[in-house]
Ligand binder design. Structure first.
Ligand code: ADP
Length: 803
């Protein structure tokens, strides 16, 4: 201290709040920044070599008294705290490092009035505070009690405080000394200690001590809590770490790599990223967890992984945007197909409802018709018009339920069923799904696929279709299902009930020509690298191809024939043999060889005993001939041509009816007893059945027995009763088309089929004459030629037969 700091006096007295009494003393002073000495306490202090150590040396040789004063922080240099401690140097030791260590004992609090400049070392002018006599004051007593209790807590919490301080605190009688003792042992900031030192009044000092130690206890308790939490966390993470290390070691032992784990992490990320429905998400997570515990080289791992991949690959929420523009959709449908108005209308209606109501539910349609009538290509066109994906698979011959609904995962090589596979392929949940040949579903010990299909094709329940493999619900209600079939009879009835049936019965010759011109020919020209300049099809040429080279309701064979012609023309053009070809009725033979099909009804029916019938087959209508012949014998009826039970019975019925009319046919009484009759229906290898040939058999037999041939331009269908009534039959549209194809102009139909006739379009009916009959004799009268000469050896037949 170079200067006197007299100005401090007044201030210092005010701050202590109490005036010191007694004489002023001048005592050597040690300014100690970090240390506070309390009365009665002993404290070691290291003194560096220099001014202070000299002071110490001097004092040690005198009365050993010094005063310890703390400089005021932040104040002007030389400022000091107003209260210091008078101390006694108990011992002075020189350490090996060359500094000096002293042991100080506090004697008394002093008020520091002034610090004198060094001479040769600094001294302070001080006045001693007299310690107040302990007052038996209740407040002090309470404070002491509290201080002792809290201090005991503090001792328990802080291990670095010597244990015996507790006993000391309990035994110290003087409250002021108790406070000083505690303050000197606390590990608190020097400013805090200084503040306690300055609390000259005992009550004040005790309060400050209580505050301080309570605060310390709180801090320590909180510290403890934090530590135990941290420790808990540490413990768990250490345990986890340890376990993980173990797993790592085991995995290494099993030959698993980091790649495997990275792969699993990636899979987990994918599961989180994909917006799976809750049920699927849960299942995926469960499998993912299981995967983590499996060896990647195990078969089980592959199975579980494949399963998760399936879940991730399915279009749970992905759908294509429907093209709701009716005009565009209509244009696309028209562009792709001629006719088929019913189908087009139904699709446009669906779109309209979809547009107005926002209904997402897809209809379930069923196209029934012979092969080649455009069922499949219409399905594609519908998908194109709606802007949806298209997928098709065949149900034909499917016997196993699992093909539709998948195998349970417990099976080796289990897979989802075809429906789910299709959805994965198209990657949208609203495709057009075409299920072909629903009329050819099988059924055996592996289960019945139709029962699984029931769920798929039921609009009421297909929003929660459960595939056995996936084992979670998938919403199929937005899929537009189209099934196809050639015949309705073999479609399982419950399935048939659930679908909206649209019939595609086949085309007339005119329609075929039109479709060929608009679609088939342009497509084949394109596909064979030709142009309209190099090949031209005359309309009559096409008609010839249809009449002589195809016998079908649809267009498959016709398209094949057109393709065959185009290929050959392509060869001619490429080989430089011709530049431009016109396909006419005359040169069709050159390309397609001799005609395969003849209008045969006329030739076949030249002789008596042959009648032209109309039959329905899954591939469309057909004409068939029933041949009858007689021979001497014993009233046997021979039936050949692979006839089924019902057809055989029809023949029996017809014969019985005729026998009851023996006289009316001008036959001798014993005729049937003396003759055998044979009925044959070509082609002999194809099985035939059904009641609708009854009328044809009856007419053929009558023609034989009366010896008059059947008119070549007449074909017929109808069931005959024992009493000669004609009952209605099915498949009228197909049969009429078949008759027309075969060049027949007159068709005999049961009267009760009148309604079916009304449904036929103008183009079909054009050029045909329909004869509706309700009794057998009407039909016979109409179709037996009147003017043919009788067979040799027979009595001339009467011009008119009346039953
Ligand atoms: P299906 O599935 O009924 O057996 P497809 O769809 O395979 O019949 O049709 C056979 C061929 O005939 C296809 O090339 C198809 O484009 C064509 N076709 C059938 N009907 C029509 C039609 N109304 N308009 C245009 N092409 C048609």
């Amino acid at each position: 201290m170079k200067e006197r700091r007299g100005s401090n006096n007044a201030k210092n007295s005010r701050e202590t709040g109490r005036h010191s009494s007694g004489p002023r003393e001048t005592v050597p002073v040690i300014m100690a920044r970090e240390m506070v000495l309390f009365p009665h306490m002993v404290m070691p202090m290291d003194v560096p070599r220099g001014e202070v150590s000299e002071l110490v040396e001097h004092v040690t040789s005198q009365d050993r008294m010094v005063v310890l004063v703390t400089p005021a922080p932040g104040g002007e240099s030389g400022a000091f705290h107003p209260v210091g401690t008078l101390g006694l140097i108990l011992r002075r030791v020189e350490t090996q490092e060359g500094s000096v260590r002293i042991l100080l004992q506090g004697v008394q609090r002093v008020q520091v009035l002034e610090i004198l400049p060094p001479d040769p070392y600094p001294q302070a002018v001080v006045v001693r505070f007299q310690d107040e006599a302990p007052e038996a004051e209740i407040e002090i007593e309470a404070l002491v009690k509290n201080v002792r209790a809290v201090f005991a807590q503090l001792l328990a919490l802080s291990p670095q405080l010597p244990r015996d301080l507790g006993a000391m605190a309990a035994n110290l009688e003087q409250p002021g000394m108790l406070a000083d003792m505690i303050a000197s042992h606390l590990e608190i900031a020097p400013e805090r200690k200084q503040a306690i030192l300055e609390a000259v009044q005992v009550k004040d000092r005790l309060r400050q001590i209580l505050d301080t130690i309570s605060h310390e206890v709180e801090v320590l308790e909180l510290g403890d809590r934090i530590q135990s939490q941290v420790k808990g966390r540490m413990d768990k993470s250490q345990r986890d770490y340890y376990l993980r290390e173990q797993i790592k070691a085991i995995r290494q032992e099993l030959g698993e790599t980091d790649d495997d784990r990275a792969f699993l992490t990636e899979l987990g990320r994918k599961i989180e990223a994909k917006n799976l429905p809750a049920e699927a998400l849960e299942e995926a997570k469960r499998e993912h967890d299981r995967l983590k515990r499996m060896s990647p080289s195990s078969a089980e791992f592959m199975v579980a992984h494949t399963y998760v991949e399936w879940l991730l690959d399915l279009p749970w929420h992905e759908s294509t945007e429907d093209n709701l523009d009716l005009a565009t959709a209509q244009q696309i449908l028209e562009e792709d197909h001629c006719g088929l108005e019913m189908v087009k209308k139904r699709i446009l209606e669906f779109l309209a409802v979809r547009k107005l109501k926002g209904d997402q539910k897809g209809p379930i349609l069923c196209f029934i018709g012979p092969p080649g009538t455009g069922k499949t290509s219409m399905g594609r066109s519908i998908a194109r018009a709606l802007g949806r994906h298209f997928y098709r698979f065949s149900l034909g011959g499917m016997r196993d339920e699992a093909e539709i609904r998948g195998h349970r995962r417990t099976y080796v090589g289990a897979m989802p069923g075809r429906i789910i596979q299709a959805l994965k392929r198209v990657r949208s949940n609203n495709p057009v799904l075409m299920l072909d040949e629903i009329d050819k579903l099988g059924q055996d010990f592996r289960g019945d696929p139709s029962s699984a299909l029931l769920e798929v094709l039921d609009p009421e329940q297909n929003d929660s279709f459960v595939d056995h493999y996936l084992n979670v619900k998938f919403d199929l209600s937005r899929v537009l299902f189209i099934t196809t079939a050639n015949q309705r009879d073999t479609i399982p009835a419950p399935l048939y009930d659930r679908m909206e049936v649209i019939e595609l019965p086949g085309y007339t010759e005119e329609e075929k020509v039109a479709i060929a011109e608009a679609h088939l020919i342009p497509r084949q020209i394109r596909e064979n690298g030709l142009t309209r300049e190099t090949i031209r099809f005359q309309r009559r040429g096409i008609a010839r191809m249809i009449a002589n080279y195809t016998r079908e309701s649809g267009l498959r064979n016709l398209e094949r024939r057109i393709a065959a012609v185009c290929r050959q023309v392509a060869y001619e053009v490429a080989a430089g043999k011709s530049e431009r070809v016109t396909v006419s009725p005359d040169n069709v033979v050159k390309y397609l060889g001799p005609p395969k099909i003849f209008p045969e009804a006329k030739q076949r029916t030249i002789v008596p005993g042959v009648a032209t019938g109309l039959a329905w087959t899954p591939t469309g209508g057909e004409i068939l001939f029933v041949e009858a012949s007689q021979m001497p014998g014993h009233s046997k009826l021979l039936l050949t041509g692979k006839l089924g039970e019902v057809m055989r019975e029809s023949a029996q019925t017809a014969l019985s009816f005729l026998r009851s009319r023996t006289r009316k046919m001008h036959l001798e009484d014993e005729f049937f007893e003396r003759h055998d009759l044979h009925i044959h229906v070509p082609a002999g290898a194809i099985p035939k059945d059904g009641p609708s040939a009854g009328l044809t058999i009856l007419v053929a037999l009558t023609s034989l027995l009366v010896g008059r041939p059947v008119r070549g331009d007449v074909a017929m269908t109808g069931e005959v009763t024992l009493r000669g009534m004609i009952l209605p039959v099915g498949g009228i549209k197909e049969k009429v088309l078949a008759a027309k194809r075969a060049g027949i102009r007159n068709i005999i139909l049961p009267k009760q089929n009148n309604y079916d006739l009304m449904l036929l379009s103008e183009t079909i009916r054009e050029g045909l004459e329909f004869h509706l009959v309700s009794r057998a004799d009407q039909a016979i009268g109409m179709c037996l030629a009147e003017d043919k000469p009788a067979e040799a050896g027979r009595p001339p037949a009467k011009a008119r037969i009346e039953f």
